[in-house]
Design a binder for this molecule. Structure first.
Ligand code: FES
Length: 240
């Protein structure tokens, strides 16, 4: 295994990459978090980032590129300080998601995966369409750096983006406080700079919305229970 300090990726990043490798029985399993680590340094995955992962993991550049281009969370173009993901999947679109995206796109003067402002600089914002963000009961939703902002309107979304541009970090509807794209990428890589207590309090923060639990509450109030499932044995799976 080659361990080397890159000009772009310093000794600390190399040490974190090696730490990630040590968490898995097979080194190649560390690729996904390592790509997030690369984004925490660069704000996107450049060719240098691909080369870095390939060298750390003894993979070919083609193998790393295939993964980078498959997952939408890996950005090939430099990202802004903040990533704004507007859900334009069916339910959100019908309830205003398309109008929100349109409003932000016109205001920022950018399209999908384009950044308004100098990428990485304070106040810069990358805009993107997102597929269903798994919060349809709170539609239309958007995320900033993967934190949720529920029940948005074109007006509230515009206000949010203007606040981001002026350096504010409005509190998400639920979950952890807002950071920035590079900061959240470091978390996704599995590194948490906060102390243990702060981290726990953020992770344990309120993450459920009243709407999400409405069905369970109605069932409990009315004494409804799910039908008992028969214990059916699983079919034999042919050995590979
Ligand atoms: S369609 Fe937008 S969260 Fe599901």
């Amino acid at each position: 295994m080659t361990q080397r300090t890159e000009p772009l990726f310093d000794a600390d990043t190399v040490a974190k990459a090696q730490d990630l490798i040590g968490r898995y029985p097979q080194s190649r399993s560390a690729l996904l978090p390592m790509l997030h680590l690369v984004q925490s340094v660069q704000g996107h995955v450049s060719q240098e980032g691909i080369d870095f992962c390939a060298r750390q993991l003894d993979l070919s550049e083609a193998e790393v590129s295939a993964v980078v281009t498959f997952y939408t969370m890996y950005k090939r173009r430099p990202c802004g300080e903040h990533l704004v993901s507007v859900c334009t999947n069916t339910l959100c679109a019908a309830l205003g998601g398309d109008a929100i995206y349109q409003q932000l796109s016109e205001y920022l003067g950018v399209g999908h995966e384009e950044t308004a402002g100098e990428p990485g600089e304070p106040g810069s914002v990358m805009l993107e369409h997102a597929e269903c963000l798994a919060a349809c009961d709170l539609a239309p939703v958007l995320q900033v750096n993967y934190e949720y902002y529920d029940k948005q309107t074109p007006e509230s979304a515009l206000e949010l983006v203007k606040a981001l541009q002026s350096g504010e970090k409005p509190a998400p509807s639920r979950g952890a406080p807002l950071t920035d794209f590079k900061g959240v990428e470091l978390q996704l890589a599995g590194f948490f700079p906060e102390d243990e207590q702060t981290l726990r309090s953020q992770v344990d923060g309120p993450s459920q919305a009243v709407e999400t639990l409405q069905g369970a509450k109605m069932a409990a109030d009315r004494g409804w229970t799910a039908p008992v499932m028969e214990d059916v044995p699983l079919p034999e799976v042919e050995a590979k």
